[in-house]
Design a protein. Structure first.
Length: 71
């Protein structure tokens, strides 16, 4: 188990830490999704459906925004 995993495990009972961790993880997920779309556009992948990818990204952003408003 890495030091990070040990630290995370020791703090997972702390609600504020869990919220910060979840927010950071979600932000990284959104950034990765944007990078995936950019990569697909750059490579001109014919099987890639940009409209569907953008719709999915928009849904994930809305979900994340709603979650933050409720917090």
């Amino acid at each position: 188990m890495s030091n990070y995993e040990k630290l995370k495990k020791s703090y997972m009972n702390d609600a504020e830490f869990v919220k910060m961790y979840d927010d950071a993880k979600t932000q990284v997920d959104l950034e990765n999704e944007v990078q995936y779309i950019k990569d697909k556009i750059h490579t001109n992948d014919a099987s890639f459906n940009l409209i569907n990818a953008l719709d999915t990204l928009q849904k994930h952003i809305v979900d994340y925004t709603q979650k933050r408003k409720l917090a």
